[in-house]
Design a protein around this ligand. Structure first.
Ligand SMILES: C[S@@+](CC[C@H](N)C(=O)[O-])C[C@H]1O[C@@H](n2cnc3c(N)ncnc32)[C@H](O)[C@@H]1O
Length: 413
């Protein structure tokens, strides 16, 4: 009697462990391309749910004397439950996510591209960046502007080590180079991250820059810095231990296909004039001996700089309010409109195409459209693409496709 009760209790625990393993197991399978051998997933699932090395190595011995790792066995049970629910297919040697599992994850299958909505001046695809590219004409994009997931940071849409991230981004930059017009620009917004467990900055931004130049063959056309007065800084090293100054800067790296991209700073609208609009009286001969035109010193009318000052995206803007009203989750890591606005004005003319391959809430598309440019957006998380449609759904030229959209890729084949 006592034994039976204990067994029932134990089974309950195993079932709840299996359930808590199931989603990370799907995410890991998705990260490695949708199918994998069991031995390729155990370690990654353990990392994903934070199982320490000691628990990971714990073994038990069966009645026949064979020993097995307890954690790996739990992952196998989680897989068995998922097979029974139609979420994992394949034989014991290969585990493969089914379409139902992808829908549960809300993430598109690799290789598939689905059109979710269109407007008179743009369209949004549900797709991974690598796949969406095959539906865009080479040389048609004047500006590719994006903010990729940063390495090391855990988000519901993935996590990467620095090495994995650099490999992935080198691959993407190679694909994007073909899409961009000869005078076109690729703009990438990146945030500094720390080497895990230390207050040292990861030099991944520098490594990415060099790899884009040396391996991909792009030109390093410029760099903008985004200063965000509202940025909080790192919790561990700034707020708790107080050893690292609050980092309020992010990078926007600008690469071009040609040594002279079609940029024009006169298209950049400058911040509102100072209240007086008076000229600031200064000597036009600088200490260096250079003569600088007086108009550069007119308050609010100087030449545009490479500094963008803007707080983070508001949690109460129209997009957020509409998302709240219809009960869709907002995107957790939007950039403010000021970022794409400055770059679009610098690097494109009205009518040009701006493409954001990691579009999230499609801030880039919204600003591009407002500025009279055309937009393309792609994003692998369905929830985000749906929420981004709320930026355009009030317009008469807005067309939402079917629930999952017109399948233009292999998803439904
Ligand atoms: C920092 S967010 C971009 C936010 C966006 N700039 C905005 O303002 O809403 C990065 C986005 O990249 C997406 N992402 C992750 N992996 C991707 C992939 N393989 N291809 C394309 N996008 C990806 C994530 O789902 C996420 O929405």
């Amino acid at each position: 009697m006592f034994r039976a009760a204990r067994r029932i209790g134990k089974e309950r625990t195993d079932v709840s462990i299996q359930k808590s393993i199931q989603l990370p197991l799907f995410e890991v399978l998705e990260e490695v391309g949708g199918r994998a051998r069991p031995s390729e997933v155990y370690e990654r699932v353990a990392d994903a749910i934070g199982i320490g090395e000691k628990s990971r190595q714990e073994t038990r011995t069966c009645g026949d004397g064979q020993s097995y790792r307890v954690f790996d066995q739990q992952v196998r049970w989680a897989r068995q439950t998922a097979v029974a629910e139609g979420l994992i297919a394949g034989d014991r040697g290969i585990w493969e996510l089914t379409d139902s599992a992808y829908l549960k994850l809300g993430k598109i299958r690799r290789g598939a591209v689905v059109l979710i909505y269109t407007t008179g001046d743009g369209f949004a695809l549900w797709a991974h960046a690598e796949d969406a590219a095959s539906y865009i004409d080479d040389g048609s994009v004047q500006l590719l502007m994006t903010s990729p997931p940063y390495p090391v940071v855990n988000r519901e849409y993935g996590r990467f080590t620095v090495e994995e991230w650099l490999r992935w981004m080198r691959h993407c930059m190679g694909i994007w180079k073909s899409l961009v017009a000869s005078g076109g620009t690729i703009a990438v917004n990146l945030m500094d991250v720390f080497v895990q467990g230390t207050p040292m900055l990861s030099p991944y931004v520098e490594r990415f820059t060099l790899s884009s130049i040396d391996d991909v063959g792009l030109h390093f056309a410029g760099r903008m810095m985004w200063y965000s007065p509202t940025k909080l800084g790192n919790i561990e090293w700034t707020a708790k231990r107080k050893v690292h100054p609050r980092n309020k800067l992010e990078h926007v790296l600008l690469f071009s296909k040609a040594p002279r991209p079609s940029w024009d700073i006169t298209r950049i609208e400058m911040p509102v004039k100072s209240s007086s609009g008076r000229k600031v009286k200064r000597d036009t001969i600088r200490p260096s001996g250079m003569d600088i035109c007086e108009s550069a010193f007119v308050s609010g009318q100087g030449l545009p700089s490479n500094l963008i000052i803007a707080g983070g995206a508001s949690g109460n803007d129209t997009y957020s309010r509409r998302a709240r009203d219809v009960g869709i989750g907002r995107h957790p890591a939007r950039f403010p409109e000021a970022i794409p606005r400055r770059i679009i004005q610098l690097a494109t003319a009205p009518g040009d195409i701006c493409y954001d391959p990691m579009a999230g809430s499609n801030t880039t598309g919204k600003v591009a459209s407002e500025l009279g440019r055309r937009f393309i957006a792609s994003e692998p998380m369905l929830e985000y693409v749906r929420a981004s449609s709320l930026r355009f759904s009030h317009r008469s030229d807005f067309r939402l496709k079917e629930e999952i959209g017109d399948v233009v890729g292999s998803q439904a084949q």
